[in-house]
Design a protein around this ligand. Structure first.
Ligand SMILES: [Zn+2]
Length: 232
């Protein structure tokens, strides 16, 4: 669950960032600006004011990890054939997690991996090459999209030898990271609590309050990259 790879984050940015690459040296990062909130988030209210954990959210070099093209498209890979026991429960658990977020955020399932903003896959922990994965791991890469905007893409890997409930909870948690909650809650009652718990909680008001605050922040993502050739 905690496999954020935060230490690997900076390295990932340097490797994948267009303007750090000599072949694209002419591109410059856009300035960080605020996007319009998606309607579902704009409408989110918490009349009981249960608070948030926004102070735990990490800011990356590109700013907050905010989507600005909606709906965000999610692709779930089929379970690996080496795990016959989860062939059915895997897609069910993933659907359950996606549906939980769809109540609050414009997410859409796609069957085309090339269209995906977020890809979710099951990892067979008995395969040696995958041996070090924890309960789940989420990473992002940056790229420049076909409209010359700085964009990001997430991959989520979930250890598949868990019960359906735990798989769903792990995917729900990791989707929270992929939607922009790039940090953890200190409360067990939040889906983004830093550790796995016996009875996994649903998405909480505090999760939503945090996500909404994230989307009110500036980001370089979603804005056009600038060509330094155009400068005088
Ligand atoms: Zn986590």
């Amino acid at each position: 669950m905690i496999g954020l790879g935060l230490l690997g984050l900076l390295a990932a940015i340097v490797i994948h960032l267009g303007w750090a690459d000599s072949s694209r040296a002419a591109l410059q990062a856009p300035d960080a600006q605020v996007h319009l909130l998606p309607a579902a988030l704009a409408q989110w209210q918490d009349p009981q004011q249960q608070g948030d954990y926004f102070d735990q959210i990490k800011v990356t070099r590109v700013g907050y990890l905010i989507w600005s093209q909606f709906p965000v498209k999610v692709y779930a890979q089929p379970a690996p054939e080496s795990l016959p026991l989860i062939q059915e429960k895997w897609p069910q658990a993933v659907d359950q997690a996606i549906q939980a977020w769809q109540a609050y955020f414009p997410l859409e399932v796609t069957t085309d991996p090339n269209q995906a903003n977020i890809s979710i896959s099951a990892v067979d922990p008995t395969q040696r090459s995958q041996g070090r994965i924890r309960s789940a791991e989420t990473r992002f890469k940056l790229y420049v999209d076909d409209q010359q905007r700085l964009a990001h893409r997430f991959t989520i890997q979930v250890r598949a030898n868990q019960t359906e409930t735990y798989i769903a909870a792990a995917v729900r948690h990791e989707l929270g990271h992929a939607l922009g909650i790039w940090g953890h809650s200190q409360l067990k009652t939040d889906a983004l609590y830093f550790s796995q718990v016996r009875t996994p909680p649903p998405i909480s008001a505090r999760d939503m309050n945090t996500l909404k605050r994230v989307y009110q922040q500036p980001t370089r993502l979603g804005w056009p990259v600038q060509s330094s050739d155009a400068a005088p």
